[in-house]
Ligand binder design. Sequence first.
Ligand code: ZN
Ligand code: ZN
Length: 286
Amino acid sequence: MIVVRRAKESDAEAAIDVVRRSITELCAADHHDDASTLANWLANKTSKDFLAWLANADNFCVVAESDGRLLGVGVVNRKGEILLFYLAPGAQRQGIGRKIHTALEEQANRWGLASLHLDSTALACRFYEALGYRPTGPAALRFGVLQTFPHAKPLQPSHYTGGCLCGAVRIEINAAPHRVGICHCLDCRKRQGAIFHTFAVFPANAVTVTGETREYKTRSFCPTCGSPLFDRFGEEFELHIGCLDAPNLFTPAYEVWMIRREAWLPPFDVAHHYERDRTTKARSDS
Ligand SMILES: [Zn+2]
Ligand SMILES: [Zn+2]
């Protein structure tokens, strides 16, 4: 199973190994085996550089991992620039690049960015164009003989709608979620009569609810049709994903209360598992 997760300091050696092998072996058509171009390209691709990228709060760094092996690396910064995007040799054409890109794009949405941009190699242009990127200018030379092609992708402003079964309660959200998760706890089971709860947590000030709701503790539901809808926790609004008007808008990144998980459920492709509640107070969990 391939999991895309936030990079950690302990990933530095393996992540840089992926980057260096990818450049050396997969990008031969770009550096043409020109020794000085390759040396310049690799010069700032050391584990020390990786730790510096990781330590920079304006960067968001992810890795793709399978069975404890790193297969890809991606870094985006708060200006919407994709600084680093490499797959290990042998990891192409398995959807890993797409998964990494989704994680970077979700972060760009959380930052409220209008677009993403990057310099593509000649070989990668098709991949990026399939993801919605378009060329924005002429090719440029870097590191020697490497030709790079500037590309950008506009991002859709985040806008989601949902509501209860009878339609009396409507919910409108103008923000990307901080995080998306699954809870297996006994409270969540009982409140919905379902064996787990899937939710997306938004900034409360980005949410508008119309129609009458009733509350049990933090839990809001429609008094007419009984649909469970959301919880409010201070500045956070936790929406039940099933209330959204369309499927496939979010993919959970973590599971909590694993100790209550139904034994027959297959494993889910998420980055983090918590035995009970989350052990971090960070708003994001990816
Ligand atoms: Zn209703
Ligand atoms: Zn729960």
